[in-house]
Design a protein around this ligand. Structure first.
Ligand SMILES: [Mg+2]
Length: 231
């Protein structure tokens, strides 16, 4: 049985920068910082790491960023809800995703559909639902608030999957599906299968440089994706 670990931003959905706008709004509200994340690359990073790097841009120490995280998360989620509502036209699931998830859910005995994302859990849920994907589709997940380094989220996901399915998963039975080099690195670090999709922020060429096991333009060929994912 395969454990399928889907990234969210650029892999399952696009939300047209709602997360960045929400974080900027939260940091402006809390500290008076304007466009605090300008120039910062978000792709593949966890939310806590993005906050830490934003604080570093201001000369603020990582300890302060860590201490402020719960407060920032609360305000961020409020702004994210509004951004997803206002920017609804820019929110969508990516090509093939709805059909692929439906097909995977129909093969429940062959795979466990789960999340491995840098989003904090509340942000993950809001983004997926704003794009028309049901939260219940994903049986479990590992989220950005559980480890600042993305690579440390795979063991969390394995533990969640064990609790959820009532059986242990070998990392080599896990598949990491993502749109950035960081997703590929997570899979590599644990011996999981790396499937990269060029539907997000990273161009196909830069994904290719990191040598994923499979590199796809998108997941629109649902039959081919099903064969890959369910082995
Ligand atoms: Mg992504």
């Amino acid at each position: 049985m395969r454990l399928l670990l889907f990234d969210i931003d650029g892999t399952l959905v696009r939300t047209d920068g709602a997360g960045r706008r929400a974080l900027d709004a939260a940091l402006a509200e809390l500290y008076g910082w304007e466009a605090a994340t300008r120039g910062l690359w978000f792709g593949g990073k966890t939310d806590p790491l993005i906050v830490r790097e934003t604080f570093a841009l201001r000369g603020e120490p990582p300890e302060r960023a860590a201490a402020e995280l719960p407060r920032i998360a609360q305000v961020y989620l409020r702004h994210l809800e509004r951004e997803l509502e206002v920017g609804r036209a820019g929110c969508a699931s990516l090509p093939g995703i709805t059909a692929l998830l439906d097909a995977l859910c129909a093969r429940e005995g062959e795979c466990l559909v789960a999340l491995l994302t840098g989003n904090i859990e509340g942000g993950a849920r809001r983004k997926l639902e704003a794009c028309g994907l049901a939260w219940a589709t994903f049986r479990c997940g590992a989220f950005g608030d559980e480890a600042p380094r993305r690579v440390d989220l795979l063991p969390v996901a394995l533990e969640r999957a064990r609790a959820c399915a009532g059986r242990a998963f070998d990392p080599r039975a896990a598949v990491v599906i993502g749109d950035t080099p960081a997703d590929i690195e997570v899979a590599r670090a644990h011996g999981a299968l790396a499937i990269a999709v060029a539907t997000g922020a990273s161009p196909r060429e830069s994904l290719a440089e990191h040598a994923p096991d499979v590199l796809l333009d998108d997941l629109s060929d649902v039959d081919a994706a099903l064969r890959l994912l369910t082995g």
